[in-house]
Design a protein around this ligand. Structure first.
Ligand SMILES: [Zn+2]
Length: 82
């Protein structure tokens, strides 16, 4: 009967120790997790221009720029410039 009591006490001590260790480990991993970035990622901006002939909007990089304006295509540039 005495051994049973000692065995039960040992099991209880081990169980408590394991639980404390597990919670400490969980706390540690929670602290180690990287924080999410506070500011949103900035996307590169694209300037949008409107065709002087048909008013379609397109990125400036894809537009045809001439002395008299900005156009969506070579055909519209020719039509606008005569
Ligand atoms: Zn156009």
């Amino acid at each position: 009967m005495k051994y049973l009591l000692i065995f039960g006490l040992t099991v209880a001590v081990i169980w408590l120790w394991q639980g404390k260790r597990r919670s400490a480990l969980a706390e540690k991993t929670r602290q180690q997790q990287p924080k999410p970035p506070s500011r949103p990622r900035q996307l590169p901006t694209t300037e949008i221009v409107a065709c002087d002939h048909c008013a379609v909007h397109l990125p400036r990089a894809e537009a045809l720029t001439s002395g008299s304006g900005v156009y969506c295509s070579e055909a519209h540039r020719r039509q606008a410039e005569g």
